[in-house]
Write a protein that binds this ligand. Structure first.
Ligand SMILES: Cc1cc2nc3c(=O)[nH]c(=O)nc-3n(C[C@H](O)[C@H](O)[C@H](O)COP(=O)(O)O)c2cc1C
Length: 223
C-alpha cells in the first residue's frame, strides 16, 4: 500500500485482508468448566501447542488521572485463582495510572484460533518478595533499564542512555542480587472474564463468567 492512497483504496485493501482464516476450533459453552482459570489455561495451552506466537502477550488497558484510556502489550507472568499477573515499573505511566485507578482490563488474542479473552477487575500490587523474584528472573539489560527508572520519558540523547545503561549493568554485574523495589508484580482479580470464539459462519460464540461471591456465573452473549 503506497503513501497518499485515497481513503477508499485503503478501505478496500483492508476489507480484502482475510480474518479468521482458521481452521478454527469448536467451542461448546455448555461444556465449559465452572472456573474461568481452567478454561483460560486450556485455551493458552492450545495456543502454545499450535505454535501461536507470543501466546502469553496481552493488552493491558488502564485509565489515567484525567480519565483518558491507555493501553499497551505486556507479558503474562502467572495465573491462579487469585488472578492474572503482570509486571512493570511503579514509576512508569502504567504504574502511575494503576496507583490512581487500580482497575484495569486485559485482552488476549490468538489469531490462529480466532480466540479472544477479555478480563476486567481491580488490580493490586503483589508482595515485595514476589516483585523481587520476578525482577531477578529478568535479563541483566532489562534489570538495568528498570534501575534507570526512565521508561516512557523522552529520549533525547542515545549516548547518555548507553552510558547510564552501562553504569547500571556494572552495578548488576557487581551485585547480581540487586533488586529494584519499584519493579512491581500486579494481580488483576477479574470480576468478569469473557471467552470469544470466532466461527467461519460469523456466528461467533461468547461466554462470560461473572464473579458471584466465591463462585462464577456463566452467561452466553450475543455476538
Ligand atoms: C510483546 C511485548 C511484551 C512486553 N512485555 C512487557 C512487560 O512484561 N512489562 C513491561 O513493563 N513492558 C512490557 N512491554 C513494553 C510495553 O508495551 C510498554 O511499552 C512499556 O511497559 C511502557 O508502557 P507505559 O508507558 O504505558 O507504562 C512489552 C511490549 C511487547 C510488545
Amino acid at each position: 500500500m503506497e503513501d497518499g492512497d485515497h481513503g477508499g483504496t485503503v478501505r478496500a485493501w483492508l476489507r480484502g485482508i482475510e480474518v479468521f482464516a482458521g481452521p478454527l476450533p469448536e467451542f461448546e459453552p455448555e461444556r465449559a468448566p465452572a472456573d474461568p482459570v481452567r478454561l483460560f489455561l486450556s485455551w493458552l495451552s492450545d495456543a502454545v501447542a499450535d505454535g501461536v506466537r507470543d501466546p502469553h502477550a496481552m493488552t493491558l488497558s488502564t485509565v489515567d488521572e484525567a480519565g483518558d484510556p491507555d493501553a499497551r502489550v505486556l507479558i503474562l507472568k502467572g495465573v491462579d485463582t487469585s488472578g492474572w499477573q503482570f509486571a512493570g515499573h511503579r514509576l512508569s505511566p502504567k504504574g502511575h495510572q494503576l496507583a490512581v485507578h487500580p482497575r484495569a482490563a486485559l485482552t488476549f488474542y490468538w489469531p490462529e484460533h480466532g480466540r479472544q479473552v477479555r478480563l476486567r477487575g481491580p488490580v493490586t500490587p503483589a508482595s515485595a518478595q514476589e516483585g523481587a523474584a520476578d525482577f531477578l528472573g529478568r535479563s541483566a539489560t532489562a534489570r538495568a533499564e528498570s534501575l534507570l527508572a526512565r521508561q516512557s520519558q523522552y529520549l533525547t540523547d542515545t549516548a547518555e542512555r548507553d552510558h547510564d545503561l552501562a553504569k547500571a549493568l556494572a552495578l548488576i554485574d557487581k551485585d547480581p542480587s540487586l533488586v529494584d523495589s519499584a519493579w512491581t508484580l500486579y494481580t488483576l482479580a477479574p470480576a468478569e472474564v469473557e471467552f470469544w470464539q470466532a466461527a467461519k459462519s460469523r456466528v461467533h460464540t461468547r461466554l462470560r463468567y461473572e464473579r458471584a461471591g466465591d463462585s462464577w456465573q456463566r452467561f452466553q452473549l450475543w455476538s
